[in-house]
Design a binder for this molecule. Structure first.
Ligand code: ZN
Ligand code: ZN
Length: 343
């Protein structure tokens, strides 16, 4: 079978791989659609600190058809089902796992990062980590359930409610999906980014407010939009120093902050502001138990993920697209590769 392998910094290719063996508790999936994540691009660049060795098959945003599965499994998964992979494989025994917080398992294995990825024609995955999707859901939208899970987890971490303002920092795929998710919740998203084109895009999606901290006094503007209160919620999805620092300024007194972006290094913060405003600052990573909601939001059109799909290509073009995304990140949001036609 074919798969997309990164062999070293700047090197990706379609390679021949052995057909996966199906173990007890696993199902074999014939992959139909897989999208490229920022994580895959950083693996391609050689800057993903979580990838310890090359070559590696990348990919964790994957949808396909169940080809082989044990009869009468307790999860009701059958041959022929359309599924998306929940890619955060957890141990089930450690402290966070015992709390149901499997997204931050101490020995988490994310596909294509800590282990071989699923950007290939066939993939064996634990049956309990397959999420069924409706049979008439368009294939290219299904892999986007994974980034949407990350965005929704950020909103859940903030405990965002209808009518509240949320400043979302970083208008990449995660930030834009969070904005669309906030609209679906009846909240008022304010997208912040230093690239005007991204803010224009956000506006065209129906995001009511945008701020560009590189060009205007974004804090003053947020206070104006929120009638002097500040934002009840702030979600950081850029991982930049300035983005992380600004969360404390955008937040209202008693505001809730979710840190989703992964900074590349330590960032200094004035913690006196956290105390003074009694801010709740929480990390937000991956997602747990949130795929069903993400699938439903996509299927019902309440979160129109197709808006952030820049390109759909045959899988043979994925190595080239990695290069493109690496060199021109501003030109694309999501790129989806198709492995086989619907069958
Ligand atoms: Zn992803
Ligand atoms: Zn665990």
């Amino acid at each position: 079978m074919k798969g997309i392998q990164v062999q070293g910094a700047g090197q990706a290719a379609v390679v021949e791989l052995p057909q996966p063996q199906v173990r007890e508790g696993y199902a074999l999936i014939r992959v139909v659609a897989a999208s490229i994540c920022g994580t895959d691009v950083s693996t391609f660049r050689g800057t993903n600190v979580n990838v310890s060795s090359y070559p590696i098959v990348i990919g964790h945003e994957t949808a396909g058809i169940v080809e082989e599965v044990g009869e009468n499994n307790q999860y009701g998964i059958k041959k022929g089902d359309h599924v998306v992979l929940d890619p955060y494989v957890y141990c089930g025994h450690c402290y966070p796992c015992s709390q149901g917080r499997t997204n931050c398992c101490e020995t988490l294995v994310c596909l294509g990062v800590h282990g071989e990825g699923s950007m290939c024609e066939y993939f064996a995955h634990p049956v309990h980590m397959l999420r069924k999707v409706p049979m008439d859901m368009p294939w290219e939208r299904i892999p986007l359930a994974e980034p949407l899970v990350i965005s929704m987890h950020g909103l859940h971490t903030c405990q965002l409610k209808a009518g509240e303002h949320i400043v979302i920092i970083g208008a990449g795929a995660i930030g834009l999906l969070a904005g669309l998710g906030a609209l679906a919740y009846g909240a008022i998203p304010i997208l912040s980014d230093v690239v005007d084109e991204r803010l224009e895009l956000a506006k065209s999606f129906g995001i009511p407010y945008t701020v560009n901290p590189a060009k205007e006094d974004a804090v003053a503007k947020v206070y104006e939009i929120t009638h002097g209160r500040g934002a009840e919620c702030v979600m950081e999805a850029s991982g930049s120093d300035a983005g992380v620092r600004s969360t404390l300024d955008y937040a209202a007194y008693t505001g809730r902050i979710a840190l989703t972006g992964w900074p590349k290094h330590e960032i200094t913060l004035p913690t006196n502001l956290i105390t003074k405003k009694e801010l709740q600052v929480r990390g937000s990573r991956n997602g747990a138990g949130e795929f069903e909601e993400a699938i439903d939001l996509i299927y019902t059109g309440r979160v129109p993920v197709e808006k952030i799909i820049s390109k759909v290509v045959p899988y043979e073009e994925l190595p080239h697209m990695l290069q493109e995304l690496s060199e021109h990140p501003g030109d694309y949001l999501k790129v989806v590769g198709l492995f086989s036609q619907e069958g």
